[in-house]
Write a protein that binds this ligand. Sequence first.
Ligand SMILES: Cc1ncc(COP(=O)(O)O)c(C=O)c1O
Length: 387
Amino acid sequence: MLVQETARAGEEQERGVADESADALERYGHGGDWVTARQRFGWRDDGKVLDFSANLNPLGPPPSVKAVLADALRWVTRYPDPACRALRARLARRYGLDAEHVLVTSGGAEGIDLVVAAAAPRRVGVIAPSFGEYEEAARKRGIPVTVLIARPEDGFVPDPSAVVDGFREADLVFFGQPNNPTGHLYPPVWLRDVLEALWRRGAVTAVDEAFLDFVPDEDERTLLSHVADDRPLVVLRSFTKMFAIPGLRLGFVAGPRPLIARMAALQVPWSVGGLAQAVGEALVEEEAFVVETRRWLAQTRAKLAADLGGVPGVTVFPSAANYLLFRLDLPGATVRDLQEALGRKGILIRSGHTFRGLSAAWGRVAVRTEGENDVLVEAIRAWAAER
Ligand SMILES: Cc1ncc(COP(=O)(O)O)c(C=O)c1O
């Protein structure tokens, strides 16, 4: 396993996690950038574009979202509850926590940013490849980051003692469960042992469960029930992916009361809008939709993995989430070339080159409906056949 220190204390980090070149689709570090893609490919009707670059549930949003939004529109003339009290209470009840353990955030992204702000670590630890905002939240505050690069041969799960040792100077460490872009889950015993070792050292651990609601045994795997005042565990959640509401911005964080209070104090007032709060209150109750999504995902992901993996030169990695990481082994061709060719056909995919630990040989696609997945695979097959 490779250890990268992106900066020493007090030094500028050498680069962010976005590709700032003018033509890059990931110039802000993420998929789903419609404005850049539209400019780049000159689509005339982007309603027909298939977006595999953002990992959103194609079965969503559930009908309740539209109904709640229509009703909540009356109240846009009022300020939202600055403390999100109704939603906070519902989340606390749903997950068996006290309301003071919960903070509602403007998307999962705000939770990541606030945990770095509130924990004020001397050094952040990240296992790469993973979601760029963990590193970005540290970088923009001048906080150095230790990055451990996990290997595909190990299923992206490094030896636990190497992780504990590699992060000996980190006092805030992030884990993706499941991790983005790999889709892997850390085994429960692995995670418990690593977290306990880090806690003994006084480090805060942030477990990002933004995609855990896609995993059938979420209830056994979530660490929400382990949140307690005497344990430096923070759990980050998002409503965005499962319910396909990236435009509303809604997530929450659970953690020890003093840390949650610090995060709340650092949050911008009214950061979570009234429409998002109203929708969140309804979505906490949407169990049938989540169960149906999991059933659909298991079948559809298996078919997409088999079909995509059947394209010569494409290796697909196992995933517990609603996206698949793949590697292209075609001489002289990269996923950026593929991305360009697909973009011209109105299909968006995510290149892996902005993820630390991956290169432009890697890509990620969301699992969409079976018909859309077939269009994607055929387009990739046709492109690969021309190489
Ligand atoms: C692992 C992970 N965590 C958090 C987020 C942020 O989600 P949100 O859109 O709710 O801010 C993302 C978004 O891509 C993600 O991939």
